[in-house]
Design a protein around this ligand. Structure first.
Ligand code: KIV
Ligand code: NA
Length: 255
């Protein structure tokens, strides 16, 4: 599951999830940017530090944002920042075989790397939007080759996003490292979702997402009830939500 701050990091631990990704989906679901390409490494670090304060048990992965890992030396420097400044235990980066040199350099510097292929949101313009990848034979074969190249470069795991379930099953079976699917069917080694999508905070979610909660409506309803209660004098209630003085002090004060 993804997390973006102290309370969501803590929730991951309390629910006993295995891994916690500080995803660059942060850009869209927590910071209100139009695209993940707008979030900076500094912003990612700021949030990753908060997640780490709340999440002590789950394995922590920091997502390298657009522009932070395309050159191997930048990749290694930014991976080290995640470890040193934000207590991340691994990093994730988007892209296929072209990213192998960056993966190798990060691993050489001692940081585990998770790959991410299929729908890679940082490249949404190149991909023609948020759409399923690997539907043609040629595209599916390219995904298999990318997966093998990333494993070869040293990735400890791969995210497979929005690809046909048969392609994800095949890649999972071909690789020695575990796959983590999102919109890739049930045959991957594990699953990941974007937290606000899974909790029902976002109004619109992709086809592959299931909303396991209804926090969007619950939040609006709670705020509306608070507002009405204050205006109608139902909150705060004397005795329940208030502090009293000792009787003698009170008498003297009111006299
Ligand atoms: O940024 C993110 O949330 C992700 C996951 C969807 C894998 O990359
Ligand atoms: Na991401």
């Amino acid at each position: 599951m993804t997390a973006y701050d102290y309370p969501t990091g803590r929730a991951i631990d309390r629910a006993h999830l295995d891994m916690c990704l500080v995803g660059d989906s942060l850009a869209m679901v927590a910071l209100g940017y139009a695209s993940t390409t707008q979030v900076t490494m500094d912003e990612m670090i700021h949030h990753a530090r908060a997640v780490a304060r709340g999440c002590k048990r789950a394995f922590l992965i920091g997502d390298l944002p657009f522009g932070a890992f395309e050159h191997p030396q930048d990749a290694a420097r930014n991976a080290a920042r995640y470890v040193r400044e934000a207590q991340m235990e691994a990093v994730k980066l988007e892209g296929g075989r072209d990213m192998a040199p960056s993966v190798r350099e990060i691993v050489r510097c001692g940081v585990p790397v998770m790959g991410h292929i299929g729908l890679t949101p940082q490249r949404q313009t190149q991909l023609g939007g948020f759409r399923v990848q690997g539907k043609s034979l040629a595209a599916a074969q390219r995904l298999v080759e990318d997966a093998l190249a990333l494993q070869d470069a040293g990735c400890f795991s791969l995210v497979l996003e929005a690809i046909p379930e048969d392609v994800a099953a095949y890649i999972t079976q071909r690789l020695a490292i575990p796959t983590i699917g999102i919109g890739a069917g049930a045959s991957t080694s594990g699953q990941v979702l974007v937290l606000p999508d899974a909790l029902g905070v976002e109004d619109r979610v992709p086809k592959f997402c299931r909303q396991f909660g209804d926090l969007g409506h619950a939040t609006t309803a709670a705020l509306a009830e608070y507002h009405a209660s204050v205006r109608e004098g139902r909150f705060p209630q004397s005795g329940t939500h208030t502090y009293a003085m000792p009787a003698a002090e009170r008498e003297a004060f009111l006299a």
